[in-house]
Ligand binder design. Structure first.
Ligand code: HEC
Ligand code: HEC
Ligand code: HEC
Ligand code: HEC
Length: 465
């Protein structure tokens, strides 16, 4: 068992559950009215975490586990990170960041709260809502309280006997089962959005904020408080790891490109966070044989000496499209090259090319989300991203990190689909560990050693095809 609920979560047992049933009639009326999806009131974690609702000590629920609160609060693992998100704003490193940015208190700054809490406007905070709860249930599942016009939200009805997921979504539950909707929701905080303050700029990183990395399937698994078992599949769609990885990858690319077009400048300068960090953060040298850091090639036609767009997501999008979305793959490749070319040309040309490529990436996401994927595709993507030709594109550390995360996710997808045995997957461990060791320190990134390790890994993975 994990930690006790915090003081804010000591709720009267069963209160929400009882009101849930009594709200059923009102819910039916609301569903019939079929109001457009609204901005609901957020009732706070305390409204979900009652001992007879989602606050059980153990996962003993008949349908859902009902101990989701304790998973969300787990002090010992990444699963509990969202419950800590506000608290880290009180830590010394946040205070230092806020000082460098001249923000005042980090825990009061919209620039931090927009991602480290469920930052809805005051008018949409219910009686038991507390900003201090961090990224609470409703940050992902949607506000559960009343909708504009007073129609009751899904809190009142979702636990009623005979209720369906579709009815909950109609009452305003966020459709987190839909991979496209889920990816975009996670990316709002794990990549950034166009909303005010919801973006980690280079200035915030220079003040000490860690770089953000995100991979939809891995991160969903790390925070999961649900099982995709037979009962779940009877109620909701289940997707599998391969699909989640590919949709997440395509939409991360689309998000980065759209944000580049929307928030690509800071003052008189470009926003540095869109560039590969090492194009600027490198050590000076007068060595004669110095290799340029940002490599150009057919895939990235840049003039020598021009900083490169951080293209780690685009590299994987290309591989995913080739294997899973053949109809879109040519367009992705061509628009990707056109974007890099335009990047060195002019701001307006680069923005237009970014938006065109974002559209292609979104098409790939929709194609993959709607397709029946055959399990072997996971290993074919592993083969594609460990080809020497592909690895030429991975000239930067972040590209290496994303590539290795992809291999691990895809191999575990092949295991969970029954294609590869656990024992055979364990055979890849030494090669994976070697690649991890090469990513330990961004300052010692050695692209050639990484490529060699990945080629060996690819050879081992190909024997499983
Ligand atoms: C776009 C969303 C976003 C914004 C804006 C943002 N953060 Fe973060 N922050 C994150 C995410 C996501 C992580 C987790 C990074 C990871 O593990 O991948 C994080 C991590 C952190 C960490 C490290 C936490 C730990 O457990 O080690 C600190 C400290 C932090 N943020 C403070 C701040 C402060 C202070 C601000 C405001 C100046 C801020 N953040 C703004 C999303 C954001
Ligand atoms: C970071 C986002 C996030 C947060 C925060 C979050 N959830 Fe979830 N939750 C998900 C996702 C993603 C799923 C899987 C998709 C689905 O079934 O909707 C899920 C699934 C669930 C399910 C469905 C299980 C099933 O078998 O149908 C329940 C119940 C649930 N969450 C309750 C909670 C509660 C209670 C909290 C707060 C203590 C919470 N969640 C916080 C993202 C989140
Ligand atoms: C409202 C903003 C927000 C949303 C939405 C959100 N997250 Fe987070 N997430 C954060 C912040 C902030 C952190 C870092 C908290 C900390 O370390 O203290 C974090 C941390 C995590 C971690 C722990 C990472 C680590 O390195 O320990 C995982 C896993 C995670 N999020 C998964 C998800 C998934 C999956 C989704 C979508 C279903 C999601 N998050 C949606 C803000 C958000
Ligand atoms: C276009 C050039 C450029 C790029 C690209 C760039 N930076 Fe910087 N960075 C700078 C400059 C210039 C400073 C110093 C600002 C100052 O003097 O305070 C800086 C400062 C920093 C600092 C503060 C420590 C220091 O060395 O002063 C950190 C941390 C940082 N950058 C992280 C990053 C990360 C992470 C990335 C990639 C996402 C990145 N930077 C990309 C130019 C760049």
């Amino acid at each position: 068992m994990t930690g006790q609920p915090s003081a804010s979560l000591q709720v009267k047992p069963g209160r929400a559950c009882r009101s849930a049933v009594s709200g059923l009639l009102a819910f039916v009326a609301a569903a019939l009215a079929a109001a457009p999806l609204p901005a609901q009131v957020h009732e706070g974690v305390a409204s979900c975490g009652g001992a007879t609702c989602h606050g059980r000590q153990a996962a003993t629920g008949a349908a859902v586990r009902q101990n989701e609160l304790s998973t969300w609060q787990d002090p010992a693992s990444p699963a509990g990170a969202h419950s800590r998100a506000f608290r880290v704003l009180l830590a010394p490193e946040s205070a230092r960041m806020a000082r460098r940015l001249a923000l005042g208190a980090a825990e009061e700054a919209p620039m931090c709260l927009s991602c480290h809490s469920d930052y809805v406007p005051a008018a949409r905070r219910g009686a038991r809502f507390r900003l201090e709860d961090g990224v609470g249930c409703e940050a992902c599942h949607g506000g559960s309280g009343a909708r504009p016009g007073g129609a009751p939200g899904w809190l009142a009805s979702h636990a009623a006997v005979g209720n369906s997921h579709a009815a909950n979504v109609a009452a305003g539950l966020f459709p987190a089962t839909d991979l496209i909707a889920r990816a975009n929701m996670c990316l709002d905080c794990h990549f950034g959005s166009i909303r005010p303050g919801q973006f980690v700029t280079h200035r915030i990183m220079a003040a000490g904020h860690p770089r953000l990395t995100f991979e939809l399937d891995l991160f969903t698994a790390l925070q999961a408080h649900h099982d995709e078992d037979a009962d779940y599949r009877a109620r909701k769609p289940a997707h599998g790891a391969l699909k989640a990885w590919a949709v997440g990858q395509a939409l991360a690319s689309a998000r980065q490109l759209r944000l580049f077009a929307q928030r690509g400048t800071d003052g008189a300068l470009p926003e540095f966070s869109f560039f590969d960090c090492r194009t600027c953060h490198r050590t000076f040298t007068d060595q004669r044989g110095l290799k340029p850091l940002s490599r150009a090639g057919q895939w990235r036609p840049l003039p020598a000496g021009f900083p490169a767009f951080a293209d780690e997501n685009l590299i994987l999008l290309d591989a995913a499209a080739r294997v899973l979305a053949a109809a879109e793959a040519g367009e992705v490749r061509q628009r990707s090259a056109a974007f890099h070319r335009a990047f060195a040309e002019s701001r307006p040309a680069a923005e237009a090319a970014a938006l065109a490529l974002a559209e292609s990436a979104e098409r790939v996401a929709r194609r993959v989300a709607g397709a029946r994927l055959e399990p072997g595709a996971a290993l074919r993507i592993v083969a594609a991203i460990t080809e020497p030709q592909h690895l030429q594109r991975v000239s930067e550390y972040q590209g290496g990190a994303q590539t290795l995360m992809a291999v691990e996710t895809l191999v575990s997808a092949a295991v969970s689909s029954g294609l590869v045995s656990e024992a055979r997957a364990r055979g890849l461990r030494p090669a994976l560990d070697e690649a991890h060791a090469l990513l330990k320190d961004a300052n010692r990134w050695d692209e050639e050693a990484f490529a060699r390790a990945m080629i060996r890994l690819g050879a081992a993975a190909r024997t499983m095809l």
